[in-house]
Design a protein around this ligand. Structure first.
Ligand SMILES: Nc1ncnc2c1ncn2[C@@H]1O[C@H](COP(=O)(O)OP(=O)(O)OP(=O)(O)O)[C@@H](O)[C@H]1O
Length: 311
């Protein structure tokens, strides 16, 4: 029999007074999947993550976590760990003492080796005996992740885990999450960083005002029927520009072309393919071709009505 979905949500709603934070959310997350949650401020990401962690109960809808329907009582579902709004830590304790205290609170017997192991995984070995009060935001985030890892979760839920991380810290966290997913743990994380989500996630859900406006593989977003702006650097910028004007469905963006060596064109993928084929036939070498904003960012802006905000 197939393993149950890590998350199966149907028609989840959650209101705070008059505010509808979640408005009929459906979500499927398979075992071993890293699933990104993205949306503008106030879209409902933290509220949804809170429901997954058992910090609040939905007003209506059905939520199954790791194959078990979530009861209305507030408690972290079995096998789930993570944090929203930053990890809860004891500032006066060291990193090592924090992890020992959290394990003791949960009634878990975790030896020193287990604690050393998770500290090493998140790259905090060198500061294991420093007080958390002196930790930067990125270090606190990593200690929070270490605390979640101690429980060996089958579903890890993280609200903005990359907040405050420097490039090395981010690399550590990405490596940890990818390794966990490869071992079958599902990860759901929110982020405002599209590059993070693209680097980590196989599927994303885009929320806007409490509703799902897209949920599925990143590859599907790239293939969606949407024109994107592309930067095209060639061996003959003038010749490329003249050719682009002649290709149906390719529009040269004069305003976006700040570097004379680089052409910016707006096109659907088939028209772009046609343009590239014509460049090659004309003996013009393509040295660089990339979307100006990633397909995820373009979809985010289009689907959440943020387009105007960035113009
Ligand atoms: N405890 C609460 N009491 C009242 N309103 C709340 C509460 N928690 C969330 N809300 C409201 O619910 C909506 C969704 O908030 P939520 O924090 O889930 O959004 P978000 O997508 O995580 O936003 P951000 O990107 O800013 O973190 C917002 O309108 C918010 O003001």
């Amino acid at each position: 029999m197939d393993a149950p979905l890590a998350i199966r949500a149907r028609g989840i709603t959650k209101c705070f007074g008059d505010v509808v934070a979640l408005d009929g959310i459906d979500l499927d997350v398979t075992p071993g999947q890293i699933h990104g949650l993205v949306g503008p401020n106030g879209a409902g990401k933290t509220t949804l993550l809170g429901l997954l962690l058992g910090l609040a109960a939905a007003d209506s809808g059905r939520l199954e976590i790791l194959g078990t329907p979530v009861a209305r009582a507030l408690a972290a579902p079995e096998g789930v760990a993570g944090f929203v709004d930053g990890p809860g830590l004891y500032p006066s304790l060291t990193a090592r003492q924090n992890l020992a205290a959290l394990a003791a609170l949960r009634g878990e017997g975790v030896g020193a080796t287990g604690i050393d192991d998770v500290l090493a995984q998140v790259g905090l070995t060198d500061v294991a005996d420093d007080r958390a009060s002196g930790f930067s935001l990125g270090m606190r985030q990593r200690l929070g992740l270490a605390a979640a890892l101690l429980t060996k979760p089958r579903l890890l839920v993280l609200d903005e885990p990359s907040n405050g991380l420097d490039p090395a810290g981010k690399k550590h966290v990405h490596t940890v999450l990818s390794r966990l997913a490869a071992d079958g743990t599902s990860v759901v994380l929110s982020s405002h960083r599209m590059d993070d989500l693209e680097a980590l996630c196989s599927e994303v859900t885009i929320l806007a005002t409490g509703r799902v406006v897209f949920s599925g593989p990143l590859s599907k977003l790239a293939a969606e029927n949407r024109e994107l702006d592309y930067r095209v650097r060639t061996s003959d910028p003038q010749g490329a520009r003249q050719l682009a004007v002649d290709v149906d469905g390719v529009h040269v963006d004069e305003a976006g072309t700040r570097d004379a060596e680089v052409l910016v064109v707006r096109a659907l993928v088939p028209a772009l393919d046609d343009f590239v084929a014509r460049l090659v036939t004309a003996g013009i070498a393509v040295r660089e071709l990339a979307p100006v904003v990633s397909p995820l960012e373009a979809a985010f802006l289009a689907l959440t009505d943020q387009q105007e905000a960035v113009r």
